[in-house]
Ligand binder design. Structure first.
Ligand code: ADP
Length: 618
């Protein structure tokens, strides 16, 4: 396999800065200032300690010692206070950063082509990004943590070098047996040994990370089951009854118990106890070798008379810190190197292009609501499917009509609506609005002309009024009218805070539970509030009781007003009152006409469906 160049990895990591700027604008300057302070504080202490010890072991001038002590305490106190202040500010940003990061991912989900939401590869990528982040911050978080660590280490290296260069300048006393340490070769040996130990140790540690990172995929399934069942299902009130009755937790428990990834004898534990653990020990041992070497070099030079006890403290402290910081620097570089494959996944997801053609025409805001829609020989296959969901569908309808779409389950009714609302583009053929291909209209503008109540609509645990208006700010009068037209007025009078009452109990103790039928009426009211020229009801009466269903039929004319209403149902009795009925069968329109006309065709699908259901209508 071709290994990726350093330059390409560097570029990918560099892009993290622009993400960080986008996610949390103040994060970069704050982190740089914090790193500078955190890295330099230990050296201030080393510097003044060396001066004080030199003074104590040499001239021992009380006034000079007092000055050093005062400066040491003052600088330490001020720098530490500044560091703590920056840390608190960063803590606030960090807590906001998490939500900003998840928002970045959610925004992408909201803006990607709708059909990509169905794509298993893209959805897998999304859950893998979340999963990697939970596993060890892999991806964005690991990159920012490691960059911060690398920066702190780099500043530490610079400070350590500036405090230790004089070590190599100072010569031992003439005739000292340790005079060989003044030779440039001795200096070279020390520097090379130091570099080797600080590079070999991180390389070994990186190999150990490699082993652990390599297991990320193994933990994916377990984490998904955990996330789906324990964090999602268990929290949802609508799942609670089924979980109690069928004890669904047993399925999740079985999955998790049979998955040995996290077990003491599982692959992760084996790596920790085995090769991974041994590599960590070896890496630590090599780091300690560097420290021993430094101590030996400094102490022998001091014995040779090159400098006093104060400098010994400074050099030992500075060079030990140099070794540790170099080791940290290489460790973080190694982590960044490994993290690029997680960044790849993140970037692939964020850079996913919108392939649906986005036109720029505005849909004419016609006061007469004169719109004509035509399906011209439209065929459609869902992405990844080789079955036609719709085949050669041609149909025209104009505004003000009541159009019913009937057919058995799976005959393509909902797919027809999804194409009309441009959630998907036809695989073949065209859909025209007032004679123009709907792809040429501005997408957001085109969406404005439809109000849809999907079969599996969702209401949110917010106040009723916000649910109806789909907005935090709304026109109360219009909300009341929409709820009344949808037949929700009776229930509304029982609600403790009227339209300010929260639905469900997620965010409010005095929220209310609503039945399926009531929820459906609210969903219809939401569609009415939008006041779009097209209103589409997909099986709108499915969860209504017979009385509520009859109520909706009676009100259907009021509900529709001067809008074009498309009414999908497999209950034929509910479609009798429509101007036009399109009968779908296996993805095709097999009949079209009024109820009476269609019943005349005794060999037709409509006749067959009607007779099959007729026994329920008598
Ligand atoms: P209806 O609304 O009449 O019950 P649909 O339009 O939902 O039928 O479905 C038409 C066909 O398309 C069915 O065969 C169904 O299995 C298939 N289908 C629906 N949704 C998807 C999807 N997201 N991916 C693949 N096939 C789908």
């Amino acid at each position: 396999m071709k290994t990726e160049s350093f330059r390409s990895r560097f570029r990918k990591n560099l892009r993290v800065f622009s993400l960080a700027r986008q996610i949390s604008p103040g994060w970069i300057p704050l982190t740089i200032s914090k790193s500078i302070l955190a890295a330099s504080i230990p050296y201030v202490t080393i510097f003044f300690s060396a001066r004080i010890i030199s003074e104590l072991s040499g001239p021992c001038r009380p006034q000079q010692i007092e000055i050093y002590v005062f400066l040491a305490l003052l600088s330490y106190a001020m720098l530490t206070a500044a560091l703590r202040w920056l840390e608190r500010k960063r803590d606030v940003l960090d807590s906001l950063e998490w939500s900003a990061w998840t928002k970045l991912l959610s925004d992408k989900r909201l803006s990607m082509d709708f059909q990509d939401l169905d794509d298993p590869h893209i959805m897998d990528q999304y859950s893998q990004i979340i999963q990697n982040n939970r596993y060890n911050g892999g991806g964005y978080c690991r990159a920012v943590w490691s960059m911060e660590g690398a920066l702190t280490a780099l500043i530490g290296v610079i400070c350590a070098i500036s405090l230790s260069v004089s070590l190599f300048m100072q010569k031992t006393s003439p005739g000292s047996p340790y005079g060989f340490l003044d030779h440039p070769l001795a200096l070279a040996v020390v520097v090379i040994a130091l570099l080797l130990t600080v590079t070999i140790s991180p390389m070994i540690r990186t190999r150990s990370y490699d082993l652990m990172y390599g297991q990320t995929e193994l933990a994916t399934f377990d984490n998904r089951v955990f996330f789906h069942f324990r964090l999602f299902c268990i929290k949802r009130p609508e799942c609670a009854m089924d979980i109690r009755i069928y004890e669904h937790q047993k399925i999740s428990r079985d999955y998790i118990e049979n998955d040995t990834v996290w077990d003491p004898g599982g692959p992760l534990a084996k790596i920790s106890w085995g090769e991974g653990g041994l590599l960590e020990v070896l890496a630590e041992f090599i780091s300690i070798l560097a420290v021993i070497l430094i101590y030996a070099f400094v102490c022998l030079k001091a014995l040779g008379g090159a400098f006093g006890i104060g400098e010994v403290t400074q050099y030992v402290g500075a060079i030990t810190a140099l070794a540790l910081n170099l080791s940290d620097l290489f460790n973080e570089i190694g982590r960044l190197h490994h993290n690029t494959k997680h960044l790849d996944r993140l970037y692939e997801y964020l850079d996913l292009p919108n392939r649906m053609y986005q036109g720029s025409l505005t849909t004419e805001k016609r006061s007469d609501r004169r719109y004509e829609v035509e399906f011209r020989d439209v065929s459609f296959r869902y992405p990844g499917s080789d079955q036609w969901a719709l085949r050669h569908v041609s149909m025209k309808f104009s505004v003000g009509q009541r159009l019913a779409i009937v057919g058995e389950n799976g005959s393509g009714k909902t797919t027809f609506i999804k194409l009309l609302c441009r959630l998907y583009d036809p695989t073949e053929g065209q859909i025209l609005l007032n004679g123009i291909d709907i792809r040429k209209y501005d997408y957001q503008d085109y969406m404005q002309i439809f109000s849809v109540v999907f079969q599996d609509y969702k209401l949110l645990s917010f106040p009723l009024g916000q649910n109806v208006a789909a907005s935090a700010e709304y026109d109360k009068e219009r909300v009341y009218r929409a709820l009344k037209d949808a037949g929700f007025d009776e229930k509304l009078s029982d609600m403790p805070k009227g339209i300010d009452t929260c639905l469900y109990h997620d965010y409010s103790d005095d929220g209310v539970d609503i039945s399926g039928g009531e929820a459906q009426k609210i969903a219809i009211a939401r569609a009415l509030y939008k006041d779009a020229p097209f209103i589409i009801l997909d099986e709108p009466t499915a969860s209504l009781d017979p009385i509520a269903e009859a109520e909706i039929y009676e009100k259907f004319d009021v509900i529709s007003g001067d809008r074009t209403a498309i009414y999908i149902s497999h209950r034929l009795s509910s479609c009798k009152f429509c101007d036009e009925i399109a009968v779908f069968d296996e993805g095709q329109i097999v009949q079209q006409g009024r109820h009476d006309e269609l019943l005349q065709e005794e060999n037709g699908k409509y006749f067959e469906l009607w007779n099959a259901q007729a026994k329920y209508y008598v």
